[in-house]
Design a protein around this ligand. Structure first.
Ligand SMILES: *Cc1c(COP(=O)(O)O)cnc(C)c1O
Length: 361
């Protein structure tokens, strides 16, 4: 069996030890005589899985007790509507920072529900940096401020949170979830589509401060009402059982392999440094992001020639480095080096890039 190094932005590579456990437990999950795909979501055996997933999430992220952890569906994109429907309930105003396509989509969706302002944007330079904001940029009566913490397509991340004071800060952390420690208490809500860094597609995890729940708009669909989901312990209807199970296994793997998010951060920093160091010294390849905003997870890069980009992607694919094509809105290349990408994968990629550069001088 030959596994490729998969640099996809999502769905993306999962830890091999997790896939092995899933394989071994496939036909008979812990003596239940069934796979997790087949069992009732109301069974005792599944109850343990979802409770373990929540417990591990709380432990790894050090989530304060006054936050709910919800396991939802609809992708990160469904939250673009759910967030205004649940939280745009005071002044009806919300402030968004536009750092890429995902933030922009969330902003556009929220406009259906109220007075939404783009307080800052980095669109002027193809989202290659995070715009600075000052406290006075945010409206005094905004119901919340919305950011996308790690910008998957452009490869930027906030190194410091915007100065929102005591306003409710909501963050999409889809592409940096569990990649390093995060102080959850700074946020009203964080959420992530699990298919980037945590599990297969189909699961969204939302971590929400309890006091914000219970004021959804009347028109909010029941399925999108976070209070309904919280009161039902994420079992209002059938949850995505299989992705929740894989999520639990991935959380166990993080604990076992890295001891926690500090250890995982070291691992991710090592990988990213290797790749950025190469890009900074290469005469053919260069990173596209302003260095101080570089993501640990998504690394876009280019050569100065479209032909070389295409040749590189083709030859890389043949050599077993797949999904390196950049997002269609940016072009060039992008290596997503999520938690599950081993150091050896990045080492091998850098060696391949060196060789390609030699051969194509
Ligand atoms: C992939 C991604 C999304 C969209 O996720 P879906 O689950 O496909 O809706 C949203 N935000 C960010 C930051 C992403 O990386």
């Amino acid at each position: 069996m030959a596994r490729v190094y998969n640099f996809s932005a999502g769905p993306s590579t999962l830890p091999v030890p997790v896939l092995e456990i899933a394989k071994n437990e496939m036909l008979d999950y812990k003596g239940s005589g069934q796979s997790v795909m087949e069992m009732s979501h109301r069974s005792k055996v599944f109850d343990e899985i979802i409770k373990d997933a929540e417990r591990l999430m709380r432990e790894l992220y050090n989530i304060p007790d006054n936050y709910k952890v919800l396991f939802l569906q609809g992708g990160a994109s469904a939250q673009f509507s759910a967030i205004p429907l649940n939280f745009m309930n005071g002044s009806g105003k919300a402030d968004y920072i536009i750092t890429g396509q995902w933030a922009k989509k969330a902003y556009q969706e929220a406009q259906k529900y109220g007075d939404v302002k783009a307080v800052a944007s980095s669109a002027d330079k193809t989202f290659s940096y995070i715009p600075e904001t000052k406290a006075e940029d945010f409206r005094e009566d905004a119901d919340y401020v919305y950011i996308c913490l790690n910008n998957t397509i452009y490869g930027t991340i906030y190194k410091e949170l915007p100065p929102v004071g005591d306003k409710v800060l909501i963050a999409d952390i889809s592409s940096c979830a569990l990649s390093e420690p995060l102080d959850i208490s700074k946020f009203g809500m964080v959420y992530f589509g699990a298919q980037k860094n945590v599990a297969p597609a189909g699961l969204v995890v939302a971590i929400i401060r309890e006091d914000l729940l219970g004021n959804a708009r009347d028109i909010c669909p029941t399925m999108m009402n976070y209070k309904v989901q919280a009161d039902a312990d994420s079992l209002y209807n059938t949850p995505p059982c299989w992705p929740i199970y894989i999520c639990k296994l991935v959380l166990e793997w993080i604990k076992e392999a890295f001891g926690g998010l500090e250890g995982l951060k070291d691992h991710n920093e090592k990988k990213a440094k290797m790749l950025y160091d190469f890009l900074d010294n290469s005469e053919m390849f260069r990173g596209t992001v302003v260095p101080e905003y570089r993501s640990l997870m998504n690394v876009p890069f280019v050569t100065d020639s479209e032909e070389l980009n295409a040749k590189f992607i083709k030859e890389a694919t043949e050599a077993g480095f797949v999904n390196l094509k950049g997002h269609r809105s940016v072009g060039g290349m992008r290596a997503s080096i999520y938690n599950a990408m081993p150091i050896e994968g990045v080492e091998a990629l850098v060696a391949f890039m060196k060789k390609f550069e030699e051969e194509n001088k």
